[in-house]
Design a protein around this ligand. Structure first.
Ligand code: AMP
Length: 190
């Protein structure tokens, strides 16, 4: 199986580029943010819990997120592989993912990170708020919180994969097609 972790700060383009990657490589897209938003829309218990964190720009607790991810993974029959988008976001999630994938007789092939500078991220999130309807994109304080949480809790995940020699980084600035071409090249060399 080809299992890719697509990494990058909020607004780096993970969702958009994931769609192109799943089309080319036939992978299943697992976006924890999308799954939380679907639960919020469906007014499930998980959705209610997740909303209380998402609305503040905080991370949903690891245990809740990991259990949800495992159950979504198990729903997929005969997968060719997965693209993990927005997960893992903490070292605890990364370790839990490794342990889980081992129990499923597979492993992460590599992490590919989209590098985008902070001023560009703020601008992209501001524009996305106009069309996404995401309340966590509309408020500059929540955006700042998400960027701070990214730096404090999520950036260390990069080292987690570097230590396993599974990390690569591409420039996330440029046209959609340019970034996609860089991503395909990085994935092809995994
Ligand atoms: P995203 O769509 O990836 O930007 O995620 C939106 C929000 O969902 C985040 O700001 C977090 O509150 C929550 N979230 C998504 N993925 C995770 C995760 N792996 N761990 C904890 N919280 C998450």
């Amino acid at each position: 199986m080809l299992n890719i972790v697509l990494f990058g700060p909020p607004g780096a383009g993970k969702g958009t580029q994931s769609e192109r990657i799943i089309e080319k490589y036939g992978l299943k897209h697992l976006s924890t943010g999308d799954i939380f938003r679907a639960n919020i829309k469906g007014e499930t218990e998980l959705g209610k819990l997740a909303k209380s964190y998402i609305d503040k720009g905080q991370l949903v607790p690891d245990e809740v997120t990991i259990n949800m991810l495992k159950s979504e993974f198990k729903k997929v029959e005969n997968p060719k592989g997965f693209i993990f988008d927005g997960f893992p976001r903490t070292n605890a999630q990364a370790a839990a993912l490794d342990e889980f994938l081992t129990s499923e007789n597979t492993a992460i092939s590599g992490m590919v990170a989209l590098d985008v500078e902070e001023s560009e991220l703020r601008e992209r999130l501001r524009k996305r708020a106009e069309v996404s309807g995401r309340t966590d994109d509309a408020d500059p304080n929540i955006i700042q919180n998400r960027i701070n949480v990214y730096k404090a809790e999520t950036l260390p995940v990069k080292e987690y994969y570097q230590k396993q020699d599974k990390y690569s980084e591409i420039n996330g600035i440029g046209s959609l097609d340019e970034v996609t071409a860089r991503l395909f090249k990085a994935i092809d060399s995994l």
